[in-house]
Design a protein around this ligand. Structure first.
Ligand SMILES: C[S@@+](CC[C@H](N)C(=O)[O-])C[C@H]1O[C@@H](n2cnc3c(N)ncnc32)[C@H](O)[C@@H]1O
Length: 220
C-alpha cells in the first residue's frame, strides 16, 4: 500500500468490492472494458471472464499498456454483438455524450449481454478538463432505458457520511505539503475521518447523498 493512496482508501475499497462482486454475479464470457485506463480489475476477473479486452482513447492520462484497443467509447473498433459482457467504471462522467456511449456499448454486446457500470453522483471535479456530468439514480435509469438496456440492479455505494467525509479528506489533502506532509498529519487526520464516516454511514446510510452508484444492466 502506497502512503499516497491512504487519503481515499475507504471509497476505493468500497467501490472495488462492489464492482468485483457485481462482475462475478453478472459478467461472463468475452468482456469489453470501456475506458479501461490501467485495467484495475483485470486480475480480479481473470477467473470470471474468458477474455478481458480493454479500450481507451489515445489522449488518455492513464498508462494504456493494458489496453488492447485504441478507440473511443463512441466508436469501439469491433463488429456488432462481439461481447458477452461490458465493464465501464468511473468513465461515464468523462463523456460529453453519455447516451451515444451507452448506445455504442449496447451495439457491441450480444443480445442479453450484461454490463456493469460505476457512475458518480456527488464528487469533486477530476481529470480536468474532461469532466462533464454527475448522475442521479433517475438519470441513470432514463439513459440506460433509452440506450436499450434493462437495469437488473442499481445500488448506492454510500450515504451522506462517507460522501461528506471523503470529500472533506480530499479538500484537506490539498494542504498536504511541508511539515504537514513530513509528519503525515493530514494523512492521519484523513484516516480518522474516513473511519468515523464509515461508522456513521453504517448508522444512517442516507442514500440521497451517495457518491457513487453501481449498476448491472442487460441488453434488451
Ligand atoms: C477515471 S478513469 C477510469 C479508468 C478505469 N475504468 C478505472 O476504473 O480505473 C476514466 C477513463 O475514461 C477514459 N476516457 C475518457 N474519455 C473517453 C472516451 N471518449 N473514450 C474512451 N475512454 C475514455 C480515460 O482515458 C480514463 O482511462
Amino acid at each position: 500500500m502506497k502512503f499516497t493512496n491512504l487519503h481515499n482508501i475507504l471509497v476505493r475499497s468500497i467501490a472495488d468490492k462492489a464492482i468485483i462482486n457485481y462482475s462475478k454475479e453478472y459478467l461472463s464470457g468475452d468482456l469489453i472494458d470501456i475506458g479501461c485506463g490501467e485495467k484495475p480489475y483485470k486480475k480480479a476477473l481473470d477467473n470470471v471472464v474468458d477474455k478481458h479486452i480493454g479500450v481507451d482513447h489515445e489522449n488518455s492520462n492513464h498508462n494504456l499498456s493494458n489496453a488492447e484497443l485504441i478507440g473511443s467509447a463512441y466508436e469501439i473498433p469491433v463488429e456488432d454483438g462481439s461481447f458477452d459482457s461490458a465493464l465501464c467504471t468511473a468513465v461515464l462522467e468523462h463523456l460529453e455524450e453519455p447516451y451515444l456511449a451507452l448506445q455504442e456499448c449496447n451495439r457491441v454486446l450480444k443480445k442479453d449481454g450484461m454490463a456493469v457500470y460505476s457512475i458518480p453522483f456527488i464528487w469533486h471535479i477530476h481529470e480536468v478538463p474532461r469532466d462533464f456530468f454527475r448522475y442521479s439514480k433517475f438519470g441513470i435509469e432514463y439513459l440506460f432505458d433509452k440506450a436499450g438496456f434493462e437495469i437488473e440492479k442499481i445500488e448506492a455505494l454510500s450515504g451522506f457520511w462517507i460522501t461528506f467525509g471523503q470529500l472533506f479528506v480530499y479538500y484537506i489533502h490539498r494542504f498536504n505539503r511541508g511539515p504537514l506532509r513530513w509528519f503525515r498529519i493530514i494523512t492521519f487526520i484523513g484516516l480518522i475521518i474516513q473511519g468515523f464516516s464509515f461508522l456513521l454511514d453504517k448508522l444512517d446510510k442516507a442514500e440521497d447523498w451517495t457518491w457513487m452508484y453501481v449498476v448491472a444492466a442487460k441488453k434488451r
